[in-house]
Design a binder for this molecule. Structure first.
Ligand code: G6P
Length: 366
């Protein structure tokens, strides 16, 4: 057991620390510099078949669903192919219309989640084409899909998903790269993404080295009744997953919102006792985000900013900085400090980090 935890107190902490290697595992052998594309032989689809898809629909549950939202955005922005994500559990029960020109992607760490597997069956029964984005080799979803991308992130034992979420986002980046290159993205655009993907493992190491500051902040978050997590567009998925991690590990209530939606309701709850964790990358939305931060500050709400630089005087009480990547890949790095934040908040409160109450690693019942 101790050996399996690699000397760490918890599997969760070990799996957070694994990420430079698990991301490298997802990338290994898949970056093709010669053609500035991704090699994804497991898809079993020709470039011609891939070019024929008109949409991408991603299905998953829990953290896999949140990673799917990030993946859909990568595919839309890099490959310029309409893409969205939906909880597999909702999809399967709404008698979905299955479109032969849509590429369906079922994403699951375990490959055994009942709702996601049922979505695969629903798609296939109606003549749709579905691939898997799965970590566990030979699992039911991996076997049931016609092809797929294995995460190769290594075993994930802790109930709360960390390295699998990160590798799922990396897997979607590879899929976006390939779909983009068989469509309209030129080789320079492909190289830009490849270079950024190759930098990720070292950049994750940089973030993990800042653990002490995050642990200190987590002590304060642990003392709150509730917290908001906000992010715009790419940042929204990071906020959803960050709030989920805090809830499931520490049992501190948290709610994620798209940043501009804050003013349509939740702003009423912002007081000096309610911290807001804002995802603020230095992208084209930085100025929009600054004015949202001002709205929170004006109500006396404590602000934790996760981003690439200080957003400006008075707009952050705490700053969790991550290295810059390419915009499409920003969610990958922005999520990592939030894993550590949730972990340390849970430690602070004496929670059972690897086995949160009421939860299971893989939900094989409906
Ligand atoms: C459970 C776990 C979550 C996980 C979800 C989907 O609810 O507690 O951490 O995100 O299942 O699991 P999967 O194996 O399909 O990714």
């Amino acid at each position: 057991q101790d050996y399996a935890r690699g000397g760490f107190a918890h599997y969760l902490r070990k799996e957070i620390a694994d990420q430079p290697q698990s991301v490298a595992g997802t990338l290994r052998g898949r970056l093709d510099h010669r053609f500035a594309t991704a090699r994804l032989d497991g898809l079993n689809m020709t470039p011609r078949e891939l070019r024929a898809f008109r949409r991408v629909k991603i299905l998953g549950c829990g953290s896999a669903y949140y990673a799917g939202i990030g993946g859909a955005q990568m595919i839309e922005s890099f490959a310029r192919l309409p893409a969205d994500a939906e909880p597999a559990s909702e999809f399967r029960y709404r008698d979905p219309i299955i479109d032969p020109e849509t590429l369906y992607v079922a994403t699951s760490q375990s490959g055994e989640t009942a709702d996601t597997l049922a979505a695969v069956h629903e798609i296939q029964a109606k003549g749709g084409r579905v691939i898997g984005l799965v970590n566990v080799v030979g699992s039911s979803i991996a076997r049931g899909a016609e092809g797929g991308i294995y995460l190769h992130a290594g075993p994930e034992v802790s109930v709360a998903s960390t390295k699998a979420v990160t590798s799922t986002l990396v897997g979607f980046a590879l899929l976006a790269l390939l779909l983009g290159r068989v469509r309209d993205a030129g080789p320079a655009a492909g190289e830009r993404l490849i270079a950024a993907l190759e930098k990720l493992p070292a950049q994750i190491d940089d973030i993990l080295a800042r653990e002490d500051a995050i642990a200190e902040l987590a002590g304060r978050i642990a003392g709150s009744q509730t917290a908001f997590f906000i992010g715009r567009v790419r940042g929204h998925m990071v906020a959803l997953e960050g709030a989920q991690k805090l809830k499931e590990l520490s049992y501190v209530h948290a709610e994620a919102y798209p940043t501009p939606e804050l003013k349509h309701g939740p702003l009423a709850l912002i007081t000096p006792d309610v911290p807001t964790v804002a995802i603020v990358p230095s992208d084209h939305l930085l100025d929009k985000n600054r004015s949202s931060l001002q709205q929170v500050k004006a109500r006396g709400g404590p602000l934790v900013v996760v981003g690439h630089e200080h957003p400006g005087e008075g707009l952050a009480d705490e700053l969790l900085l991550v290295p810059r990547s390419e915009p499409e890949l920003d969610p990958i790095l922005l999520g990592i400090p939030l894993q550590l934040l949730a972990y340390h908040a849970a430690l602070h409160l004496g929670r059972n980090v690897d086995q949160p109450r009421n939860l299971a690693k893989s939900v094989t019942v409906e």
